[in-house]
Design a protein around this ligand. Structure first.
Ligand code: HEC
Length: 194
């Protein structure tokens, strides 16, 4: 074979080899930060939830005040966010979540035929815990921070007005709507959620 062809082939191979080495090496260099970044991303995703809850807590408007100016009809529109998982008719079917007819003041995790998560059963304290306006207010703001480990895959309603309207709507979906909480009551401390 022509020695020049050999040399050219050798040079080409050498170039390819060098390029491959560089690419492998740079993969090595640039690859390792990726898992780290992913780790950070998870932390960042968790932090706003906890951070917001912590920040929102001191400034939180008492539920009685929220309800004093709430609009149940507007709440029916807000409920559209829940409808994919919850029916709210009397005797309605359980969907991804339990039927919510009469949920205000209903014992937690008590709807017949629904398989609640261990977290929700825990939170129910054997049936003594109820869905008071306060509990609903906290739960619907940030479901996963209030009932850690709940199966409810919903980010939460951070907007006070939206949440208040929704609570007013939930209250009306009942045989005997619960009395409205006192608008002048001092803000209740959120119950410990262990
Ligand atoms: C992606 C589905 C999904 C969406 C959307 C959703 N939920 Fe749920 N919800 C669930 C599931 C699942 C449970 C049962 C949770 C458990 O067992 O931990 C639940 C439980 C509940 C409970 C407790 C009921 C009980 O019997 O103890 C309430 C109250 C509730 N949801 C209200 C709402 C409201 C109000 C909305 C809309 C703002 C909503 N949910 C949106 C799936 C959903």
């Amino acid at each position: 074979m022509n020695p020049y062809v050999n040399m050219a082939a050798g040079a080409l191979l050498a170039t390819v080899f060098v390029m491959m080495s560089v690419s492998i090496a740079s993969e090595g260099i640039f690859h390792s930060p990726i898992p780290e970044k992913e780790g950070f991303a998870i932390v960042a995703a968790e932090e706003p939830a906890g951070g917001e809850a912590a920040e929102a807590a001191p400034a939180a408007v008492p539920v009685g005040q929220l309800l004093a100016s709430a609009d149940a009809a507007a709440g029916a529109t807000v409920f559209k966010k829940c409808q994919s998982c919850h029916s709210i008719e009397k005797g309605g079917p359980n969907k991804v979540g339990p039927d919510l007819w009469g949920v205000v003041d209903r014992p937690v995790a008590s709807h017949e035929g629904f398989a609640y998560s261990a977290a929700m059963k825990d939170f129910s304290k054997g049936g003594s815990e109820h869905w008071t306006f306060d509990n609903l207010n906290h739960f619907l703001t940030a479901p996963k921070s209030f009932v850690k480990g709940t199966a409810m895959g919903f980010a939460g309603l951070k907007n006070d007005t939206e949440r208040a309207n929704l609570l007013a709507y939930l209250r009306e979906q009942s045989d005997s709507p619960a009395p409205l909480p006192d608008p002048n009551a001092a803000p209740a401390a959120p119950p410990a959620t262990n």
